[in-house]
Design a protein around this ligand. Structure first.
Ligand SMILES: Cc1cc2nc3c(=O)[nH]c(=O)nc-3n(C[C@H](O)[C@H](O)[C@H](O)COP(=O)(O)OP(=O)(O)OC[C@H]3O[C@@H](n4cnc5c(N)ncnc54)[C@H](O)[C@@H]3O)c2cc1C
Length: 377
Protein backbone atom coordinates (compact mmCIF):
# COMPACT_ATOMS: atom_id res chain seq x y z
CA UNK A 1 0.00 0.00 0.00
CA UNK A 2 1.43 3.39 -0.88
CA UNK A 3 0.80 6.43 1.31
CA UNK A 4 -0.01 9.86 0.06
CA UNK A 5 1.30 11.36 3.29
CA UNK A 6 4.44 10.16 5.03
CA UNK A 7 4.43 12.44 8.06
CA UNK A 8 1.67 14.57 9.59
CA UNK A 9 2.61 17.07 12.26
CA UNK A 10 -0.23 18.36 14.44
CA UNK A 11 0.32 21.96 15.55
CA UNK A 12 2.13 24.95 14.04
CA UNK A 13 3.72 26.36 17.17
CA UNK A 14 7.48 26.72 17.41
CA UNK A 15 7.87 23.00 18.12
CA UNK A 16 5.80 21.69 15.19
CA UNK A 17 7.42 24.20 12.84
CA UNK A 18 10.98 23.36 13.94
CA UNK A 19 10.20 19.67 13.42
CA UNK A 20 8.66 20.39 9.99
CA UNK A 21 11.83 22.24 8.96
CA UNK A 22 13.89 19.28 10.20
CA UNK A 23 11.96 16.35 8.71
CA UNK A 24 10.87 18.01 5.45
CA UNK A 25 12.56 16.52 2.42
CA UNK A 26 11.90 16.14 -1.30
CA UNK A 27 11.32 12.42 -1.04
CA UNK A 28 8.70 12.72 1.74
CA UNK A 29 5.16 14.06 1.76
CA UNK A 30 4.95 16.10 4.97
CA UNK A 31 1.95 18.06 6.28
CA UNK A 32 1.55 20.39 9.24
CA UNK A 33 -2.08 20.78 10.36
CA UNK A 34 -2.98 23.80 12.46
CA UNK A 35 -6.45 24.64 13.78
CA UNK A 36 -5.85 28.41 13.98
CA UNK A 37 -5.67 30.93 11.13
CA UNK A 38 -1.90 31.06 11.19
CA UNK A 39 1.15 29.74 13.05
CA UNK A 40 2.23 30.52 16.60
CA UNK A 41 -1.02 31.83 18.05
CA UNK A 42 -0.92 29.91 21.35
CA UNK A 43 1.93 29.13 23.78
CA UNK A 44 4.56 30.23 21.24
CA UNK A 45 3.42 33.86 21.21
CA UNK A 46 2.86 34.31 24.96
CA UNK A 47 6.18 33.85 26.66
CA UNK A 48 9.41 35.60 27.68
CA UNK A 49 11.38 35.04 24.42
CA UNK A 50 14.45 34.02 26.38
CA UNK A 51 17.20 31.80 25.06
CA UNK A 52 17.89 29.86 28.23
CA UNK A 53 21.30 28.43 29.14
CA UNK A 54 20.14 25.16 30.76
CA UNK A 55 20.87 25.83 34.44
CA UNK A 56 17.81 24.69 36.37
CA UNK A 57 16.85 21.26 35.10
CA UNK A 58 18.06 17.95 36.57
CA UNK A 59 21.20 16.59 34.94
CA UNK A 60 20.45 14.18 32.11
CA UNK A 61 16.81 15.28 31.74
CA UNK A 62 15.53 16.07 28.26
CA UNK A 63 14.91 19.63 29.46
CA UNK A 64 18.58 20.07 30.40
CA UNK A 65 20.01 18.32 27.34
CA UNK A 66 17.70 19.90 24.77
CA UNK A 67 18.10 23.35 26.31
CA UNK A 68 21.90 23.32 26.22
CA UNK A 69 22.01 22.02 22.63
CA UNK A 70 19.15 24.32 21.58
CA UNK A 71 20.94 27.37 23.02
CA UNK A 72 23.94 26.74 20.76
CA UNK A 73 21.85 26.01 17.65
CA UNK A 74 19.56 29.03 18.17
CA UNK A 75 22.47 31.49 18.26
CA UNK A 76 23.90 29.86 15.11
CA UNK A 77 20.50 30.15 13.35
CA UNK A 78 20.13 33.77 14.46
CA UNK A 79 23.57 34.68 13.10
CA UNK A 80 23.15 32.80 9.83
CA UNK A 81 19.62 33.96 9.00
CA UNK A 82 19.58 37.41 10.58
CA UNK A 83 16.97 36.54 13.22
CA UNK A 84 16.73 39.32 15.82
CA UNK A 85 18.42 38.42 19.09
CA UNK A 86 20.72 39.76 21.80
CA UNK A 87 23.04 37.78 24.04
CA UNK A 88 22.38 40.04 27.03
CA UNK A 89 23.40 37.63 29.75
CA UNK A 90 21.54 37.10 32.98
CA UNK A 91 22.12 37.28 36.70
CA UNK A 92 20.42 35.00 39.24
CA UNK A 93 20.52 37.14 42.33
CA UNK A 94 20.51 36.08 46.00
CA UNK A 95 19.24 38.73 48.39
CA UNK A 96 20.00 36.88 51.66
CA UNK A 97 22.72 34.57 52.99
CA UNK A 98 20.26 31.68 52.94
CA UNK A 99 19.58 32.20 49.21
CA UNK A 100 23.29 32.62 48.63
CA UNK A 101 23.81 29.02 49.84
CA UNK A 102 21.25 27.80 47.32
CA UNK A 103 23.08 29.57 44.49
CA UNK A 104 26.14 27.34 44.81
CA UNK A 105 24.08 24.17 44.23
CA UNK A 106 22.39 25.84 41.25
CA UNK A 107 25.76 26.87 39.79
CA UNK A 108 27.06 23.31 40.08
CA UNK A 109 23.92 21.89 38.51
CA UNK A 110 24.17 24.33 35.59
CA UNK A 111 27.83 23.43 35.08
CA UNK A 112 27.05 19.70 35.12
CA UNK A 113 24.33 20.34 32.52
CA UNK A 114 26.89 22.08 30.28
CA UNK A 115 25.52 25.64 30.51
CA UNK A 116 28.25 27.90 29.14
CA UNK A 117 30.37 30.38 31.07
CA UNK A 118 28.60 30.30 34.46
CA UNK A 119 30.39 31.96 37.35
CA UNK A 120 29.61 33.24 40.82
CA UNK A 121 29.70 37.00 41.41
CA UNK A 122 30.40 38.75 44.71
CA UNK A 123 28.40 41.76 45.93
CA UNK A 124 30.97 44.30 44.55
CA UNK A 125 31.02 42.48 41.19
CA UNK A 126 27.22 42.70 41.00
CA UNK A 127 27.41 46.44 41.73
CA UNK A 128 29.95 46.88 38.97
CA UNK A 129 27.80 45.12 36.36
CA UNK A 130 24.36 46.23 37.54
CA UNK A 131 24.67 49.24 39.88
CA UNK A 132 20.89 49.60 40.29
CA UNK A 133 20.06 46.17 41.73
CA UNK A 134 20.40 44.71 45.22
CA UNK A 135 22.10 41.36 45.81
CA UNK A 136 24.60 39.67 48.10
CA UNK A 137 25.75 37.15 45.46
CA UNK A 138 24.73 36.16 41.96
CA UNK A 139 25.29 33.60 39.23
CA UNK A 140 26.28 35.21 35.94
CA UNK A 141 25.04 33.35 32.86
CA UNK A 142 26.54 35.02 29.81
CA UNK A 143 24.95 32.66 27.26
CA UNK A 144 21.37 33.63 28.19
CA UNK A 145 19.76 35.97 25.68
CA UNK A 146 16.58 37.12 23.99
CA UNK A 147 15.17 36.30 20.57
CA UNK A 148 12.49 37.53 18.20
CA UNK A 149 10.44 34.33 18.43
CA UNK A 150 8.03 35.36 15.66
CA UNK A 151 11.00 35.78 13.30
CA UNK A 152 12.29 32.38 14.39
CA UNK A 153 8.94 30.77 13.55
CA UNK A 154 8.86 32.59 10.20
CA UNK A 155 12.29 31.15 9.50
CA UNK A 156 11.08 27.61 10.27
CA UNK A 157 7.98 28.14 8.07
CA UNK A 158 10.15 29.28 5.14
CA UNK A 159 12.64 26.48 5.66
CA UNK A 160 9.89 23.83 5.87
CA UNK A 161 8.09 25.18 2.78
CA UNK A 162 11.40 25.27 0.93
CA UNK A 163 11.61 21.52 1.51
CA UNK A 164 8.11 20.96 0.18
CA UNK A 165 6.23 20.77 3.51
CA UNK A 166 2.55 21.80 3.26
CA UNK A 167 1.33 23.91 6.19
CA UNK A 168 -2.45 23.90 6.33
CA UNK A 169 -4.30 26.34 8.61
CA UNK A 170 -7.84 26.27 10.00
CA UNK A 171 -7.68 22.51 9.98
CA UNK A 172 -8.26 20.65 13.21
CA UNK A 173 -7.46 17.02 13.90
CA UNK A 174 -10.55 15.53 15.55
CA UNK A 175 -9.96 11.79 15.35
CA UNK A 176 -7.36 9.14 14.62
CA UNK A 177 -7.37 5.44 14.19
CA UNK A 178 -4.52 2.97 13.90
CA UNK A 179 -4.66 1.22 10.52
CA UNK A 180 -2.20 -1.15 8.87
CA UNK A 181 1.10 0.71 8.61
CA UNK A 182 -0.15 4.08 9.76
CA UNK A 183 -3.01 6.21 11.02
CA UNK A 184 -6.26 7.40 9.56
CA UNK A 185 -6.78 10.98 10.61
CA UNK A 186 -10.15 12.72 10.77
CA UNK A 187 -9.82 16.40 10.15
CA UNK A 188 -12.26 19.32 10.32
CA UNK A 189 -11.98 22.46 8.19
CA UNK A 190 -14.41 25.13 6.97
CA UNK A 191 -15.80 22.72 4.35
CA UNK A 192 -16.56 19.90 6.80
CA UNK A 193 -14.86 16.71 7.93
CA UNK A 194 -12.62 14.46 5.85
CA UNK A 195 -10.04 11.81 6.50
CA UNK A 196 -6.74 10.66 5.08
CA UNK A 197 -3.99 8.24 5.95
CA UNK A 198 -0.55 9.10 7.21
CA UNK A 199 2.29 6.78 7.93
CA UNK A 200 3.73 8.77 10.85
CA UNK A 201 2.07 11.20 13.18
CA UNK A 202 3.81 13.80 15.35
CA UNK A 203 1.72 15.37 18.11
CA UNK A 204 2.92 18.93 18.81
CA UNK A 205 -0.47 20.21 19.93
CA UNK A 206 0.80 22.23 22.91
CA UNK A 207 -2.01 22.83 25.39
CA UNK A 208 -4.14 20.17 23.70
CA UNK A 209 -1.37 17.58 23.27
CA UNK A 210 -2.79 15.33 26.01
CA UNK A 211 -6.23 15.36 24.31
CA UNK A 212 -4.63 14.55 20.97
CA UNK A 213 -2.80 11.59 22.56
CA UNK A 214 -6.17 10.48 23.93
CA UNK A 215 -7.65 10.52 20.42
CA UNK A 216 -5.30 7.63 19.60
CA UNK A 217 -6.75 5.64 22.50
CA UNK A 218 -3.97 6.30 25.01
CA UNK A 219 -5.15 6.30 28.62
CA UNK A 220 -3.54 9.64 29.50
CA UNK A 221 -4.07 9.30 33.25
CA UNK A 222 -2.29 5.94 33.27
CA UNK A 223 0.47 7.16 30.93
CA UNK A 224 1.04 10.27 33.08
CA UNK A 225 0.21 12.57 30.15
CA UNK A 226 -2.54 14.63 31.81
CA UNK A 227 -1.71 18.33 31.43
CA UNK A 228 -2.29 20.97 34.09
CA UNK A 229 -2.68 24.53 32.87
CA UNK A 230 -0.46 26.96 34.71
CA UNK A 231 -0.89 30.63 34.00
CA UNK A 232 1.98 33.09 33.92
CA UNK A 233 1.10 36.79 34.05
CA UNK A 234 3.39 39.67 33.10
CA UNK A 235 3.42 43.31 34.21
CA UNK A 236 5.25 45.96 32.18
CA UNK A 237 7.64 48.34 33.94
CA UNK A 238 7.19 51.88 32.65
CA UNK A 239 8.09 55.41 33.68
CA UNK A 240 11.57 55.32 32.18
CA UNK A 241 12.88 52.51 34.39
CA UNK A 242 13.74 50.14 31.52
CA UNK A 243 17.26 51.44 31.12
CA UNK A 244 18.21 50.80 34.74
CA UNK A 245 19.32 47.21 34.12
CA UNK A 246 21.30 45.83 31.20
CA UNK A 247 20.77 42.13 31.77
CA UNK A 248 17.93 39.75 32.59
CA UNK A 249 17.63 39.61 36.39
CA UNK A 250 16.21 36.53 38.14
CA UNK A 251 15.65 35.63 41.78
CA UNK A 252 16.73 32.30 43.27
CA UNK A 253 13.95 29.85 42.24
CA UNK A 254 11.68 28.29 44.85
CA UNK A 255 12.38 24.70 45.91
CA UNK A 256 9.11 23.45 44.32
CA UNK A 257 10.39 24.67 40.96
CA UNK A 258 7.11 25.36 39.23
CA UNK A 259 8.67 28.41 37.57
CA UNK A 260 11.85 30.45 37.67
CA UNK A 261 10.44 33.10 40.01
CA UNK A 262 9.08 36.49 38.92
CA UNK A 263 12.00 37.99 37.05
CA UNK A 264 13.00 40.95 34.91
CA UNK A 265 12.93 40.43 31.17
CA UNK A 266 13.89 42.89 28.48
CA UNK A 267 12.68 42.63 24.91
CA UNK A 268 14.54 43.54 21.74
CA UNK A 269 12.93 47.00 21.83
CA UNK A 270 14.45 47.55 25.30
CA UNK A 271 11.11 47.35 27.13
CA UNK A 272 11.20 45.89 30.63
CA UNK A 273 8.61 43.59 32.15
CA UNK A 274 8.20 41.40 35.20
CA UNK A 275 6.94 37.85 35.13
CA UNK A 276 5.79 35.25 34.62
CA UNK A 277 3.92 34.36 37.80
CA UNK A 278 2.79 30.80 38.54
CA UNK A 279 -0.91 30.06 38.96
CA UNK A 280 -2.56 26.72 38.22
CA UNK A 281 -5.88 27.33 36.44
CA UNK A 282 -8.73 25.21 35.12
CA UNK A 283 -9.21 26.87 31.76
CA UNK A 284 -7.42 28.95 29.16
CA UNK A 285 -7.96 32.62 29.93
CA UNK A 286 -5.34 35.21 29.04
CA UNK A 287 -6.64 38.14 31.08
CA UNK A 288 -4.25 39.65 33.63
CA UNK A 289 -5.69 40.32 37.06
CA UNK A 290 -4.60 43.84 38.01
CA UNK A 291 -5.04 42.87 41.68
CA UNK A 292 -1.93 40.71 41.34
CA UNK A 293 0.20 43.85 41.03
CA UNK A 294 1.30 43.78 44.67
CA UNK A 295 2.58 40.20 44.27
CA UNK A 296 4.80 41.35 41.39
CA UNK A 297 5.88 44.46 43.23
CA UNK A 298 6.76 42.62 46.46
CA UNK A 299 8.65 39.84 44.63
CA UNK A 300 10.73 42.12 42.43
CA UNK A 301 11.29 44.97 44.85
CA UNK A 302 13.68 42.74 46.86
CA UNK A 303 16.26 42.98 44.09
CA UNK A 304 15.00 46.06 42.19
CA UNK A 305 15.06 48.86 44.78
CA UNK A 306 14.24 51.47 42.11
CA UNK A 307 10.84 49.89 41.40
CA UNK A 308 7.81 52.00 42.27
CA UNK A 309 4.33 50.52 42.68
CA UNK A 310 2.96 52.86 40.01
CA UNK A 311 5.58 51.74 37.49
CA UNK A 312 3.72 48.47 36.96
CA UNK A 313 0.91 47.91 34.46
CA UNK A 314 -0.79 44.60 33.57
CA UNK A 315 0.61 43.41 30.23
CA UNK A 316 -0.15 39.88 29.05
CA UNK A 317 -0.35 36.24 30.11
CA UNK A 318 0.65 32.84 28.81
CA UNK A 319 -0.38 29.33 29.83
CA UNK A 320 2.13 26.57 30.53
CA UNK A 321 1.26 22.98 29.55
CA UNK A 322 2.51 21.40 32.76
CA UNK A 323 2.82 17.72 33.52
CA UNK A 324 3.89 18.60 37.06
CA UNK A 325 0.87 18.68 39.35
CA UNK A 326 0.43 21.51 41.84
CA UNK A 327 2.83 20.62 44.67
CA UNK A 328 4.15 17.65 42.65
CA UNK A 329 7.68 16.66 41.63
CA UNK A 330 9.65 17.82 38.61
CA UNK A 331 8.40 16.36 35.33
CA UNK A 332 10.45 16.16 32.18
CA UNK A 333 9.30 16.72 28.59
CA UNK A 334 7.57 13.67 27.11
CA UNK A 335 9.04 13.10 23.64
CA UNK A 336 8.55 9.52 22.55
CA UNK A 337 7.50 7.14 19.85
CA UNK A 338 4.61 5.08 21.23
CA UNK A 339 5.58 1.69 19.75
CA UNK A 340 5.42 0.14 23.23
CA UNK A 341 1.75 1.17 23.43
CA UNK A 342 1.05 -0.58 20.13
CA UNK A 343 1.25 2.73 18.25
CA UNK A 344 4.48 2.68 16.23
CA UNK A 345 5.18 5.91 14.37
CA UNK A 346 3.00 7.97 16.71
CA UNK A 347 5.38 10.46 18.30
CA UNK A 348 4.02 12.39 21.27
CA UNK A 349 5.42 15.68 22.53
CA UNK A 350 3.64 16.52 25.77
CA UNK A 351 4.42 19.02 28.51
CA UNK A 352 6.64 21.17 26.29
CA UNK A 353 6.79 24.13 28.63
CA UNK A 354 9.88 26.27 29.25
CA UNK A 355 12.60 25.86 27.99
CA UNK A 356 10.67 24.68 24.92
CA UNK A 357 11.41 27.73 22.78
CA UNK A 358 15.16 27.39 23.40
CA UNK A 359 15.04 23.63 23.00
CA UNK A 360 12.97 23.70 19.77
CA UNK A 361 15.81 23.07 17.28
CA UNK A 362 17.29 20.34 19.49
CA UNK A 363 13.87 18.71 19.95
CA UNK A 364 13.50 18.85 16.16
CA UNK A 365 16.76 16.96 15.68
CA UNK A 366 15.72 14.40 18.28
CA UNK A 367 12.32 13.84 16.66
CA UNK A 368 14.09 13.72 13.28
CA UNK A 369 16.05 10.70 14.51
CA UNK A 370 12.87 8.99 15.81
CA UNK A 371 11.25 9.58 12.42
CA UNK A 372 14.26 8.17 10.58
CA UNK A 373 14.09 5.00 12.68
CA UNK A 374 10.42 4.55 11.82
CA UNK A 375 10.68 5.34 8.12
CA UNK A 376 13.95 3.49 7.73
CA UNK A 377 15.35 6.42 5.69
C1 LIG B 1 4.56 32.06 30.36
C2 LIG B 1 5.54 31.28 29.55
C3 LIG B 1 6.87 31.74 29.43
C4 LIG B 1 7.79 31.01 28.69
N1 LIG B 1 9.04 31.53 28.50
C5 LIG B 1 9.94 30.85 27.77
C6 LIG B 1 11.22 31.37 27.55
O1 LIG B 1 11.52 32.51 27.91
N2 LIG B 1 12.14 30.60 26.90
C7 LIG B 1 11.86 29.35 26.47
O2 LIG B 1 12.75 28.68 25.95
N3 LIG B 1 10.60 28.84 26.60
C8 LIG B 1 9.65 29.57 27.21
N4 LIG B 1 8.38 29.08 27.37
C9 LIG B 1 8.05 27.80 26.75
C10 LIG B 1 7.74 27.92 25.26
O3 LIG B 1 6.97 29.07 25.02
C11 LIG B 1 6.95 26.67 24.82
O4 LIG B 1 7.69 25.53 25.20
C12 LIG B 1 6.71 26.60 23.32
O5 LIG B 1 6.22 27.83 22.82
C13 LIG B 1 5.71 25.49 23.04
O6 LIG B 1 5.45 25.47 21.68
P1 LIG B 1 4.46 24.39 21.07
O7 LIG B 1 4.67 24.43 19.61
O8 LIG B 1 4.63 23.08 21.78
O9 LIG B 1 2.99 24.88 21.49
P2 LIG B 1 2.02 25.97 20.76
O10 LIG B 1 2.77 27.16 20.35
O11 LIG B 1 0.85 26.17 21.64
O12 LIG B 1 1.58 25.21 19.46
C14 LIG B 1 0.67 24.13 19.48
C15 LIG B 1 -0.26 24.31 18.30
O13 LIG B 1 -1.06 23.14 18.15
C16 LIG B 1 -2.31 23.57 17.64
N5 LIG B 1 -3.31 22.51 17.88
C17 LIG B 1 -3.71 22.03 19.07
N6 LIG B 1 -4.62 21.04 18.91
C18 LIG B 1 -4.77 20.88 17.57
C19 LIG B 1 -5.56 20.01 16.77
N7 LIG B 1 -6.38 19.09 17.32
N8 LIG B 1 -5.49 20.13 15.42
C20 LIG B 1 -4.67 21.07 14.83
N9 LIG B 1 -3.89 21.93 15.56
C21 LIG B 1 -3.92 21.82 16.90
C22 LIG B 1 -2.59 24.84 18.43
O14 LIG B 1 -3.55 25.64 17.78
C23 LIG B 1 -1.22 25.49 18.49
O15 LIG B 1 -1.00 26.42 17.46
C24 LIG B 1 7.42 29.80 28.06
C25 LIG B 1 6.09 29.36 28.17
C26 LIG B 1 5.16 30.10 28.88
C27 LIG B 1 3.73 29.65 28.94
Amino acid sequence: MSYKVDITIIGAGVIGLAIAAQVGSEDREVYVLEKNETFGQEISSRHSEIIHAGIYYPEGSLKARMCVIGNRILYELCERYGIGHRKLGKLIVATSDEESGELQALLEQGQRNGAQGLRMLSKPEIKELEPNITGVAAISSPSTGIIDSHALMKHFVASARGKGVQIVYQTKVVGMEKVANGYELSVEDSTGTFSFTTRLLVNCAGLQSDNVAELAGIDIAKAGYQLHYCKGEYFSVGRGKSTLVKRLIYPVPSASFTGLGIHVTLDLGGRMRLGPSVQYVDSIDYTVDSQHKSLFYDSARRFLPFLGYDDLEPEMAGIRPKLQEPGGDFRDFVIRDESDKGLPGFVNLIGIESPGLTAAPAIAEYVGSLVKEQLGK
